[in-house]
Ligand binder design. Structure first.
Ligand code: SF4
Length: 116
């Protein structure tokens, strides 16, 4: 179990708790298997730059049996906060950007093949 070592302000901590509750109340079966249910949400919604807390959350995500479902859920909803599926919001944004770029490249290749 993760021991909170962050010094989050009360509003940030409350927001983190609410966001984690929303995350876990996603009404999808996989949330019942979420490893993070055993922890408070501080590490998943740590203050920007708190690399230790983020690393703790990501390590727990790494051992979570529903990491794929969690990441897919967050990507699908463009979840802007927290660690989901082992990735931070910034990492998910980069992943979505890379996916869009790959799809656009594939479309361009198909178009040029069809034209030739
Ligand atoms: S991958 Fe991480 S955030 Fe997602 S359900 Fe598992 S422990 Fe929670």
């Amino acid at each position: 179990m993760s021991t909170p070592t962050t010094t989050m302000s009360e509003p940030v901590r409350l927001a983190a708790d609410i966001l984690l509750d929303e995350q876990l109340d996603a009404s999808e079966g996989w949330t019942n298997l979420a490893e993070c249910r055993q922890y408070n949400g501080d590490d998943w919604y740590a203050e920007r730059g708190d690399m230790l807390a983020t690393a703790r959350a990501k390590r727990i995500c790494g051992g979570c049996e529903v990491v794929t479902q969690c990441l897919a859920y967050a990507l699908d909803r463009h979840e802007p906060h927290g660690v989901w599926g082992g990735l931070t919001a910034a990492q998910r944004t980069r992943l979505l950007r890379a996916q869009r770029k790959a799809v656009a490249s594939a479309g361009e290749r198909d178009t040029s093949r069809a034209a030739s």
